[in-house]
Design a protein around this ligand. Structure first.
Ligand code: ZN
Length: 244
């Protein structure tokens, strides 16, 4: 099991106008609103690879940041801070892509939440097929096939089609991560949407109701996971997030 997700604490310190928070090669990346400049080269040592640049979404997927107002990214599989302890294949850069229908739905969710000063924090969206293969290999290597059996890791996921998204909430004014009563992608009973009480439960219910209202189907074993509820003809894809 991985340690408790540190991203929450990290995000708590985020400036209100930061629209991307994540890690890239172990360094916190925070981009201010406005045009995104390509990263400046920091060294000329050819033995150290430069930060990977984000790929262009393939036909059938769109960039969530271009569709969803106020969205922030904390892509856990693009860092070592996920249950495998390593960046997953296909996640060499911090980005989030979705099928256009799901991206439109998520934009409607974001607009509604913004009226109450809340924003969406995306942990994962489209997931390259090779990343799912790596997750399954990890369960076999570590003897954790129970996670597949119990539904925490899917051998075929709507994420692979760009039709599922993992999200939490942030307070727009401060960038503070809203307490959902448990970390994204933690394989514990408290991940079940209705397994906690008090304010975290209210936040989960708020997220769930808003997502459902705008076309998503919840997964009540994981408070963060939502799939696009309408059947859409979308292929499984294996295009990586980083330009290779
Ligand atoms: Zn998910």
């Amino acid at each position: 099991m991985r340690p408790a997700l540190a991203l929450g604490a990290l995000l708590g310190c985020a400036a209100p106008d930061a629209d991307v928070v994540g890690t890239d090669a172990g360094t916190t990346v925070r981009r201010e609103l406005g045009p995104v400049e390509p990263p400046a080269p920091t060294h000329r040592d050819p033995a150290i690879a430069p930060p990977a640049s984000v790929n262009v979404p393939p036909p059938g997927l769109v960039d969530v940041r271009a569709f969803v107002p106020h969205v922030r990214l904390a892509i856990g599989y693009a860092t070592a801070d996920n249950f495998t302890g390593a960046v997953l294949p296909g996640y060499g850069a911090t980005a989030a892509w979705l099928h256009p229908a799901a991206a439109d739905g998520l934009a409607a969710v974001a607009r509604e939440l913004a009226d109450d000063g809340l924003g969406l924090l995306v942990y994962d969206a489209y997931r390259p097929k090779r990343a799912t293969a790596a997750m399954l290999a990890w369960t076999r290597a570590t003897g954790r096939e129970d996670l597949v059996r119990d539904g925490f890791i899917a051998s075929r996921s709507q994420h692979n089609r760009g039709l599922a998204v993992d999200v939490g909430l942030v307070e727009l004014a401060t960038g503070r991560t809203i307490d959902m009563g448990g970390a994204w992608d933690s394989f514990t009973p408290q991940s079940a949407t209705f397994a906690v009480d008090g304010e975290p439960r209210a936040h989960r219910v708020r997220l769930r109701e808003t997502m459902v209202r705008h076309g998503f189907r919840p997964h009540d074993g994981e408070w963060w996971h939502f799939a696009w509820a309408t059947t859409v003809d979308a292929p499984v894809l294996d295009v990586p997030y980083a330009r290779e």
